[in-house]
Design a protein around this ligand. Structure first.
Ligand SMILES: NC(=O)c1ccc[n+]([C@@H]2O[C@H](COP(=O)([O-])OP(=O)(O)OC[C@H]3O[C@@H](n4cnc5c(N)ncnc54)[C@H](OP(=O)(O)O)[C@@H]3O)[C@@H](O)[C@H]2O)c1
Length: 333
């Protein structure tokens, strides 16, 4: 095959190096499903991989990109047919295995789903792992009976980020009253456009709780931030409420008390989009396709090329990215 362009991370004594390289077949682990990648995305985890944070990558050289959408070139397992469009997210693609920042990818077919016909490829990556996680978070809250129609607000933290933007839009569409927490006051209008009814300053939440139980403010929460924000939200969640713990943009550790669990019956639901079973993914993608307004999704997307990724890796880790970053690979597809 002619060579394909990819963003390759190589180990170095300090921080890993990033460069666009030309690869050929022999560079890849040749798994059964070969795909021409149309688009990938930038998630917080991709920033960590590109910057060598969190020991997510076990062997170098490495091609990041936890999400990809592409056209099947061949599939020796017979699961997919050449010409099919597939979507692959999680399953440690872009961490343990080479991912979407390449014009071609070789995948295990069990990592892929046929792309729903209702979702065009670019928009599918506008959704990506962030949108899938937002939908899984809502599904987690539903299992805890945290349902739309209440006058109490559902809080979304890190709201102007990828998970937060899509969570805000989906929750509003479902009929929740959405409170969006952001550290960027300049994004208030953007968040209201997505469906937030009111804005909460990040600084109201990131200090940790003042008491084990504070005034009850939230029906529930979709939390991308973690750390002491999660601890404070826990102390402010209403009786029988629940928090979907999705992320750690504000820190991995938190100090709390058991009082919200014992005296208010509050629950924390863990969200793991990487290992979510295919059945849950299919349901989530189906629901996203039905719920998410296409124009609203387009308003969240910034499109970049492979060459822009090193700069954007820094930006996402510094909380400077709004909405979703889609990475263009083969625009001819
Ligand atoms: N569990 C899963 O399966 C799963 C899946 C996807 C993502 N995640 C995690 O979810 C988190 C969000 O991912 P993402 O792709 O949406 O990232 P993102 O686009 O960077 O969004 C994160 C948002 O968090 C806020 N934030 C950033 N730094 C902060 C800080 N120091 N303190 C408080 N808030 C801060 C910012 O929002 P504002 O400017 O609006 O405050 C930022 O936009 C990440 O931790 C990611 O690893 C987990």
């Amino acid at each position: 095959m002619p060579s394909v362009r990819a963003l390759v991370v190589r180990e170095s004594s300090d921080q890993p190096t990033l460069a666009i390289e030309e690869l050929d077949n022999s560079d890849f682990v040749q798994r059964p499903l070969r795909v021409r990648v149309g688009y990938s995305t930038l998630n917080y985890k991709d920033g960590m991989v590109m910057k060598g944070i969190g020991r997510l990558v076990r062997s170098y050289p490495h091609v990041p990109g936890v999400d990809l959408v592409g056209e099947v070139v061949s599939d020796t397992s017979g699961t997919f047919t050449p010409g099919d469009w597939i979507i692959a997210t999680g399953f440690r693609i872009g961490e343990l295995y080479w991912g979407g920042y390449s014009e071609e990818a070789w995948l295990d077919p069990s990592w892929a789903l046929k792309l729903p016909t209702t979702i065009p490829p670019r928009r599918a990556m506008g959704i990506g792992t962030a949108g899938l996680s937002a939908m899984l978070a809502i599904m987690g809250l539903e299992t805890m009976n945290v349902l739309p129609g209440s006058e109490d607000p559902l809080l979304v933290t890190g709201a102007a980020g990828g998970v937060g933007s899509i969570a805000t839009a989906l929750a509003h569409k479902l009929g929740y009253l959405v409170a969006a927490s952001t550290g960027r006051a300049t994004e208030a209008e953007y968040l209201k456009h997505l469906g937030a009814s009111f804005i909460v300053a990040r600084s109201d939440l990131d200090t940790g709780p003042e008491r084990p139980l504070e005034s009850e403010r939230w029906l529930g929460c979709i939390d991308s931030v973690g750390g002491q924000t999660l601890a404070r939200v826990l102390a402010q969640t209403k009786s029988a409420g629940a928090i979907a713990a999705v992320g750690l943009a504000g820190g991995a550790n938190f100090t709390s008390s058991v009082m919200p669990f014992l005296l208010r019956g509050v629950s924390i639901v863990g969200i793991d989009s990487v290992n979510a079973p295919l059945s849950a993914r299919e349901t989530a993608w189906q629901r996203i396709g039905e719920l998410l307004d296409a124009e609203l999704l387009d308003s969240m997307i910034t499109e970049i090329g492979l060459d822009d990724l090193p700069t954007y890796a820094d930006r996402i880790l510094h909380g400077e990215v709004r909405g979703r970053i889609v990475v263009r690979l083969n625009p001819s597809l």
